[in-house]
Design a protein around this ligand. Structure first.
Ligand code: ATP
Length: 594
């Protein structure tokens, strides 16, 4: 129960804006219960007057009143239920948006620790479960409580002694609910976990379908799916079985109660202390009284199950973003692009070893600083610090002399554009994929960016040109073409600082050459940090930084470093298979990889 209360307290604030609506719903629910109570009393009256006397004259009055009450009940019932449905959906909408907003700000390691399918389940199933707790739960509890109180008062009014006998049996319902609450909570949590695991397997398998087919792993994937599907089936059958056991025990308890009341009623009628109308009305009250009492018990189970969802969602909401906006941000200014990194060290969350140690360098407008080094040296880690996905543990990074944590994140990322290693594609048209670089960009600006990125020709050759739909994983574009779309996006962003993470990785020599010219155009006049194994552009670089084991081991121009005869020189030693074609064009001078 403490868990239910804690979960309720956590999510109740999200009903702000709908509390007036909730009050109206409660009013409707109370009026509806009141109308039902009045109907039953009118039924008793009708039985004892018109029915017993066989008088049509005595029929019209109570019949008209009954019809009026029924219409009123129907109107408030309709109003209350439709408003409740709307309020519940608005709550779900708000909760999902707030969790989604929170998730979007979480650091990269959070997404590596949680399987995507499980996150999907939390954002869908668990969000709806919490609605049951906060909105439907409150409405249901108020409705059941008021109905129970009205019917109980009416029963007391009709025959207090019989009513007390009936109430004495009511705790049996609550006892049954209590017996099942714990087990239902566990089953519900297991079911959600299994649901998340199943979605994850399906998602991962579909995402890896090429690997599956190329290596004939179909049977293994089927076994994996089967294992998770069976776990889900077991959890879901256990949940259904518990629900059914509860429902059936309640049926038995209810029959017991009804029999006790009818037995007592028969006894009273035979002794002449009760009329048939009274007994029928009393039985009707009992018939009406038990469902709300039962639903109060059932509500306990629903709340326990919803609490499992609340705990899972709480785990996400308790995850902290790695970086936050400053409390007192430095006001925006026209950024020139002076980037300075001083004595930066960083260790990834959960990692034993630091990925960067005491790294320092500067880069100014129009400069190209190339960062290279072996795999695992810490190059991409540097990109995540420059774009402030994490803050360094030691040292500082400044932009035009202002420390990155003092800048609003949105301003920083407007001015420091990242071209990540993965070629990211939005689900939308080519135009939208380029246009997201600067929301509100005109078609002419998008096309100009595409021309500068050498993308215009292949885009116009697509079946629908700029309106061709592309999607992650299904894009009918080559790696080089996707990279040129990404370059066009960055062109449009026109940020003074560019972080390029392996811009030619995964491209063959021809495709790599095709992106070099657009890249040069993109970099012109900006501060560019290019992280790469591909040294095609090394002679163009104003400075080359060689990182190894998280440390900056060499720094200088291509020629200085070659002359030094150290690590860089050894790395640049042309490998026989690395030289692909005779050089005719400056872009074709070297395609060296190591
Ligand atoms: N999320 C993470 N959690 C823990 N350790 C990490 C994480 N990401 C990277 N590392 C570690 O940090 C070190 C640097 O990794 P990083 O990805 O920056 O290297 P890199 O030079 O970019 O490598 P590559 O050239 O292969 O992309 C590596 O030892 C890596 O194992």
């Amino acid at each position: 129960m403490t868990d239910v209360r804690a979960a309720f307290r956590r999510f109740w604030p999200l009903t702000r804006g709908d509390r007036g609506g909730l009050l109206v719903i409660v009013g409707c629910v109370v009026a509806s219960a009141f109308a039902e109570t009045a109907s039953i009393l009118l039924f008793a009256h009708l039985t004892d007057t018109a029915l017993r006397a066989g008088s049509l004259a005595a029929f019209w009055g109570p019949a008209g009143a009954w019809l009026g009450v029924a219409v009123l009940g129907a109107v408030v019932g309709y109003l209350g239920n439709s408003l409740a449905a709307r309020t519940a959906e608005r709550f779900v909408l708000r909760l999902r948006a707030s969790v989604f907003r929170h998730v979007q700000g979480l650091p990269p390691h959070f997404f590596r620790r949680h399987r995507r399918g499980d996150l999907v389940e939390r954002l869908t199933g668990d969000v709806e479960a919490i609605e049951q707790l906060v909105v439907s739960g409150v409405v249901g509890a108020v409705s059941a409580a008021f109905s129970a109180v009205f019917y109980a008062c009416a029963a007391l009014y009709l025959r207090w002694d019989l009513a007390l006998l009936t109430f004495g049996l009511a705790p049996l319902f609550l006892l049954a609910a209590r017996r099942f609450a714990g087990r239902v909570g566990t089953a519900s949590r297991d079911e959600r976990v299994a649901d998340g695991a199943l979605t994850s397997v399906v998602e991962e398998s579909l995402g890896n379908v090429v690997l599956t087919q190329a290596y004939g792993r179909g049977a293994d994937e089927e076994r994996r799916l089967d294992r998770e599907a069976r776990a889900w089936m077991r959890a879901s059958v256990r949940g259904a079985r518990l629900g059914e056991m509860y429902a059936q025990s309640v049926e038995v308890v209810e029959t017991l109660c009804v029999l006790a009341v009818i037995g007592a009623g028969v006894w009273e009628i035979s002794a002449g202390r009760m009329t048939l109308g009274q007994l029928l009305a009393f039985a009707a009250f009992i018939g009406y009284l038990y469902p709300p009492v039962r639903s109060l018990g059932q509500l306990g189970l629903t709340l326990t199950a919803a609490t499992a969802g609340a705990q899972r969602l709480g785990e996400i909401l308790d995850a902290e973003p790695a970086v936050t906006d400053p409390v007192r941000p430095v006001p925006p200014w026209p950024v020139r692009g002076h980037l300075a990194v001083h004595g930066v060290s960083f260790r990834h969350p959960g990692s034993a070893r630091p990925s960067l140690r005491d790294v320092g360098f500067t880069a100014g407008p129009g400069e190209l600083v190339l960062v290279t080094g072996p795999s695992g040296a810490g190059k991409s880690t540097l990109a995540t610090l420059l774009t402030r996905f994490y803050d360094p543990a030691r040292g500082t990074i400044t932009l035009d002399g202002v420390a990155l944590p003092d800048l609003p994140l949105a301003f920083l990322r407007e001015n420091v554009a990242l071209l990540p290693q993965e070629r990211l594609v939005l689900n939308g048209t080519v135009r939208e994929n380029i246009g997201c670089g600067r929301p509100g960009a005109s078609d002419a600006e998008i096309e100009r960016a595409a021309r500068d990125a050498a993308a215009h020709d292949f885009v116009t050759a697509l079946p629908d040109g700029y309106d061709t739909l592309i999607a992650p994983g299904t894009a009918a574009l080559s790696g080089g073409q996707l990279q040129r779309i990404a370059i066009a996006r960055a062109m449009l962003r026109a940020a003074p600082v560019l972080i390029l993470d392996e811009p030619t990785t995964g491209l063959d020599a021809v495709a790599a050459r095709q992106v070099v010219r657009p890249l040069r155009r993109l970099m012109a006049g900006r501060t560019t940090i290019m992280i790469t194994h591909d040294l095609t552009l090394a002679p163009d670089a104003d400075r080359i930084l060689v990182v190894d084991g998280g440390r900056l081991v060499e720094s200088g121009t291509h020629h200085e470093l070659l002359g030094l005869g150290g690590t860089y020189a050894r790395l640049c030693h042309p490998l026989p298979e690395a030289v692909t074609e005779p050089a005719r064009d400056p872009e074709q001078t070297m395609v060296l990889r190591w």
